[in-house]
Structure formats: structure tokens, C-alpha cells
Write a new protein. Sequence first.
Length: 311
Amino acid sequence: MKLYIEKAIFVLMTLANYINDLLYRYDCVIVPNFGGFVTNTIGARVNTNTHTFYPPKKQLTFNAYLQHNDGLLANYIASDKNISFEEATTFIASAVVEWNKNLKTTSVEVASVGSLALNEAGQVVFEPNLTSNFLTASFGLAEVVTPSVERVKEVTVKPLSVVSEEKSKMIPLYIRRAAAAAVFVGVAYVGWNGIQNQQQQELLANQEESVQKKIQSATFVIENPLPTINLNVSKEAKNFHIIAGAFQDVHNAENKLAELESKGYEATILGKNKYGLTQVAFASYATKEEARKALEIIKEKVSEDAWLLAK
């Protein structure tokens, strides 16, 4: 009995961790025959009451009507545990059975995603973990609390014209006349400098025009031009492909492609085979020898189901 309970907890925690990992990469993770965890990105916000700034994040919700198996969760588990898609689907189904069993008596913790519980109507209620942020763009950003800022008391400032009039009444008459004379001399000096600057600009313009005419009248002739060289470069064909899987649903093939690319493979979708299944390749090679070496490494470290296709 104790071994069965420990095994059930291991299944639950493992499935929860897989869901937790996928929510960093995708906006929706569906648990077949149970429900889907959906994210919605919200921008940064501020709480004016607590003076707290919150970074952008993914807001989590749960939709019990999203129960269709889109292959995302199963493909991820199959790749991580190095098992087949059918075995991964069975693994998820057993975890869902345990979830439904535990929900009758207690709540279920889904890693750092949140908790699930049943309400009085027997419906699944999701409580997200508010401390988790699945938006990778906000990695390293935390909540910031700032002290309140007090407003400065407004100060009445007199217009400049009023201040000038008050000061002018206090300046003696002979000082105002001396200031007016100084202004007149300054204007005359500025005017003379303006005339000199204009004459210098006209002289420079004439010189520039003369140089442009000489440049335009010059003729450049190359008697012995270099011969033209044509380079024919042919792209090396890559006809040997290491197949990662074949999918009836094109969406599942695209998910597999994104998964392989995230692991650093130059993955491609080869199209449909004669059975109507969309094939996805880890990588493609120009020679059969290269492809076989890569296949041995992939079968040993990634997937035993990988195989070589010559096309």
C-alpha cells in the first residue's frame, strides 16, 4: 500500500513538473480528458495604495472544457522520458485518474502553477500561484515597493513683466540712458560683423562653384578594364534524413519541429509520406556516412525510435 501511494505521488509530481516547464514556452497546455491551463500576458502595473510596482507576467487560468489531446504534452513527455507517444499518453491518463481520485478528498498541487480543488457543485476550481511568473521576458524582475511621495506646496511666481516694471522704477535715469547707448553700440557691431560674414560666404560659394565645374569637365577612361569572372556555385543536396516522428495532425508535427529546434537541431518538416503522415527530421545530411554517425548518437542519447530515410 505504501509503495502504491509513493508511486502515485511520483506520477503526480512528474506530470505537474512537465506542465510547469511547458507554460514557460507555450500559452496553452492541455491535459487530455481533464482540462487546459491557459496563460494571458498582462503588462506592468502599480498598486497606488501599497506603492508597489509589478513587472509584466503571464496570468494563469484553467479551462475544464479544453480536454482534446493536441499532442503537445505527450510529445514533450515522450521526448524527455525517451518513450513512445502512446506510452506518454498512457502515463498522462494514469496521472489524471490519480488527480480525479485525490480531488474527491483534498486539493491537488500542480508544481508552482497553482492548486486544483472541487467546489460544492463538483466543478474543478483553480487557484493560481501568484508568486510564479511564467513570462520569460520578465526573468529577474521582482516586485518593487517605493516610499510615498509628498506633493510640494505650490509657490506663486510673479510674471516677468511685473518684476521688470518694479525694478525699472528703482533704476536711476542716467543708468538707463547709459544702458541704451551700450545696446546701440552692440547692435552696430553685430551689423558690421554680419556684413563681413556675408562677404566671406559669397567668396567661398564662388570658389566651390569653380571647383565643381572643373570636376564635371573631367573625363575618366579606363583603357584596360578587368575581365568579368562568373562563379558557378552549386548547393550540396542533403538526401539523407534522420526521422524523429511521423504525425497525422500537421499541428503535432509543427510542435515536434519547434521542440527539436529548441534543443539545437536543424530540424525540418519533410512533408507527407505515402501513408499521409507528416514526417519531421532531426537533421539532414549530404552523405550516408554522416547521417549514420549522427543517427547512432541520436538513438543513444535522444530517441531509440529515430531512423534513417534516404530521399
